[in-house]
Design a protein around this ligand. Sequence first.
Ligand code: DAH
Length: 342
Amino acid sequence: MLQKLKELEKESQLKIDKAKNLEELKEIKVRILGKKGALTTLLRSLGTVAPEERPVIGKEANNLRAKLEQAFERKEYELRDAGKENQWEKERIDITLPGRPGLLGQKHPLTLVTEEIKDIFIGLGFKVAHGPDIETDFYNYEALNFPADHPARDMQDSFYITPQLLLRTHTSPVQIRVMEKQAPELPVRIIAPGKVFRRDDDATHSPMFHQVEGLAVDTDITFADLKGTLLLFAREMFGSEQKIRLRPSYFPFTEPSAEVDISCIMCAGKGCRVCSDTGWLEILGSGMVHPNVLEIAGYDSRKVTGFAFGMGVERIAMLKYGIGDLRQFFTNDLRFLKQFGE
Ligand code: DAH
């Protein structure tokens, strides 16, 4: 019997050593240690052994079972690790391949144009100022010489939060906020870029868009300063051949007021589809600061004068880059956005 156990041990060890994979090993285990396995079957014949030998053989058999179980376990680990190694082999990283570059963002065309506008005016000695997107009726309208019920309020269909609070419809309220703080110090020379909001939505209007406001106040500011500043701006922005044209207009906070056109950048003023055959493109509103506005902001309108202007950033960007639909700026289509940028 002991001999048989020895043989079984040898045989089993051999089989375990030869197992090629986990399934095979499992099968071998069942055949040796399972309910109908070789070791179990051998133990069943323990009854035929002389009673005094039984404890010895029983002990040996248990030892063998423990030994084999250990051997199976060891082999199991071995096979498992080998499997892993194979997997690593397959998934090994090839460090000689070129790397995949990370996706880098770039500046939005409206950011680029805003920065360009800012740079031009900073070069002329203007400082950059900011105001809140949510404004009071006072700053957005009243102080800019739009009394309640003034018909010019209708030109800017507004988003109201409360009767006295609205999303600013233009950047002009920053004029008041800056002067109020600075008065009576001179000179005032600021531009104010930012978001504005109106109830409009089509190919050339968006409920949120961007403006850059400009304001210069000093003792001897004239209409010629306004015109010279804007001509320089147009040339810096659109090319040194640019012409500008001022047309009389109306804004409550400027007097006189003018709309400013640049010569059409598509046809150089000859007349085309883009400029509706006029040769001119409107780019901004402007004028001499109304005395009421200077006064309400703390300046003596008998001693100081000023000019102001306000331009739409989307409009300038559309002209500069030849973009037909303003909504392209806000749909985040990378095929569009990737065409600009640094
Ligand atoms: N705030 C005006 C608008 O949004 C634009 C404007 C016109 C601004 C004349 C000015 C100005 O500063 O002087 O329609």
